[in-house]
Write a protein that binds this ligand. Structure first.
Ligand code: G4P
Length: 291
């Protein structure tokens, strides 16, 4: 097992077992689970444990950071998860103008509960929602931009840990102010790589030249012209294990990432490529598509 993987696995049990217990506890007073994933990797950033923890709750899936992803691929993911029973929206959590869309998603997902309440004469009982997701998908950003627009914060409720608050989004929806955090599932090297590419495990996984090389291979295969267009290099390279290394070396040369003596500084070029990708300078790119 690699050092990195070992570190992650050792880190997991204490923190995550506690977070998971807390989520299970909170779930008792929740009507709808609003799950955030990264629109660039909706599959790899989605923790399957949520399904078990959420039980039979209504589900909303938000493809966040949609501003960074390829819109055509995001549309495919939306249809994919809708076919699995989620109410789905693509959003940019930094701008609060999606509030109406998200409120609508929540009421759509809870339609049956609203009707059940109504048939029992219960009117205007707000739906209680909880945000969940792996680190860095934008949970705090989402809660902050929505809390900013929210009507009011309401006090504690029985069954919810002291100190927790509900944010009243509108007449129909209340949001728990503390999100449920889950660790990503590193079910395969590919999933781990995608999570590292987008920078969601910054502290745990260091960017290596190998990772940047693999990213360049992915980009030139999937988005032909994006790398050559941005860096002004020829992206045609003979297929083979050295392809990524060759592309990285060309970028290093082109951008003047050189060591003393004129050798290409591949580490510096690798950080630059990773940073350019994460800052959407190479383009709006989705790293995976629905099967
Ligand atoms: P978390 O609570 O799920 O861990 O994530 P958090 O809200 O801290 O967001 C992680 C990073 O993602 C932040 O950037 C945040 O600004 C950015 N972000 C969140 N939602 C979106 C979105 O829809 N689109 C884009 N483009 N970015 C988003 P940061 O660089 O870590 O912090 P900051 O410099 O933006 O403050």
């Amino acid at each position: 097992m690699s050092d990195t993987k070992e570190k992650i696995i050792n880190w997991y049990p204490g923190h995550m077992a506690k977070a998971r217990r807390q989520m299970q506890e909170d779930m008792k007073v929740i009507d709808v689970v609003v799950e955030l994933v990264d629109a660039r990797i909706p599959y790899s950033s989605k923790n399957p444990d949520v399904d078990a923890i959420a039980g039979g709750k209504s589900r909303v899936l938000l493809l966040n950071k949609a501003d960074m992803a390829d819109p055509a691929v995001t549309a495919l993911w939306k249809a994919h998860y809708e076919s699995k029973g989620f109410v789905v929206a693509a959003i940019d959590a930094r701008v609060g103008n999606g509030l109406k869309t998200v409120s609508e998603c929540i009421t759509t997902a809870c339609k049956e509960k609203i009707e059940r309440d109504r048939s029992r004469g219960i009117l205007n009982r707000p739906l209680r929602a909880m945000i969940v997701g792996i680190p860095n998908v934008g949970k705090s950003t989402f809660i902050n931009s929505f809390a900013g627009k929210a009507v009011a914060k309401t006090g504690n409720k029985p069954g919810v840990t002291k100190g927790r608050q509900w944010i009243r989004l509108n007449k129909q929806v209340e949001l728990l102010d503390t999100p449920g955090i889950l660790w990503p599932k590193f079910e395969s090297a590919e999933v781990g790589r995608r999570i590292a590419w987008i920078g969601s495990v910054n502290d745990q996984i260091l960017i290596t030249t190998e990772m940047a090389e693999q990213l360049l291979v992915f980009l030139t295969d999937t988005y032909p012209g994006a790398v050559s267009g941005y860096y002004g290099i020829d992206e045609a390279a003979e297929d083979g294990p050295e392809r990524g290394a060759e592309l990285l070396a060309r970028i290093a040369a082109r951008r003047g990432c050189l060591r003393k003596g004129g050798e290409p500084d591949l580490e510096r070029a690798a950080s630059m490529v990773t940073d350019d990708f994460r800052s959407v300078r190479i383009g709006r790119i989705s790293l995976e598509r629905p099967q």
